[in-house]
Design a protein around this ligand. Structure first.
Ligand SMILES: C[S@@+](CC[C@H](N)C(=O)[O-])C[C@H]1O[C@@H](n2cnc3c(N)ncnc32)[C@H](O)[C@@H]1O
Length: 166
């Protein structure tokens, strides 16, 4: 969701021995960024990456590709309100296959929301596999959580968030 230039998918798959095993959906709202991502995927010969120009906040956009084995919520949770972060985390499993992994990012600038985000994932049926907190200027936080409970049922027209602040 909010895939940007798709570097965390296209960059990883480009030279990966199992690149042919992966199908992916990238959802990005900015047409220029979508064009860039499509050109990168084409250059890498990754024709199975579906790059959609649309609203990642809406559950409907994911219907073509779910349930997913891996959901990337990177560069999203730092751009929506705390309540919408909670809403996203608590409902993300509707996109997941049982056992799926969610990889998420959020800065740790004060007030640091990452402790709550980690707790919300656990309360929503995920176990934490990792949480990295590098001591860089942006104070990144990168979490990986695995779905160990049943996913919440898919809801059409569900909105994970309403306002994305750049
Ligand atoms: C901070 S970047 C993150 C890009 C990438 N996921 C990463 O972690 O490097 C956020 C991206 O989300 C896109 N975006 C913002 N609101 C969106 C929405 N409602 N639906 C889809 N993409 C959105 C922006 O255009 C931008 O490319």
């Amino acid at each position: 969701m909010c895939a940007g230039q798709g570097r965390d998918v296209i960059g990883v798959l480009s030279n990966h021995p199992r690149r042919a095993d992966v199908r992916a959906l990238l959802v990005e709202v900015d047409p220029g960024i979508v064009e860039f991502a499509r050109a990168s995927a084409a250059r890498a010969g990754l024709s199975q990456i579906d790059i959609v120009e649309g609203d990642a906040a809406s559950s409907d956009i994911y219907m073509r590709s779910i349930p997913a084995d891996i959901v990337l919520a990177c560069g999203v949770l730092g751009n929506v309100s705390d309540a919408e972060v909670a809403n996203t985390v608590r409902n993300l499993s509707m996109l997941c296959r049982p056992g799926a992994a969610v990889i998420w990012t959020r800065h740790r600038l004060e007030p640091d929301l990452t402790p709550k985000i980690r707790q919300w994932f656990v309360e929503s049926g995920f176990e934490e596999l990792s949480f990295d907190a590098p001591d860089n200027p942006g104070r990144s936080g990168i979490g990986t959580a695995r779905l160990v409970a049943a996913p919440v049922p898919f809801q059409p027209a569900f909105r994970f968030f309403s306002t994305f602040t750049r």
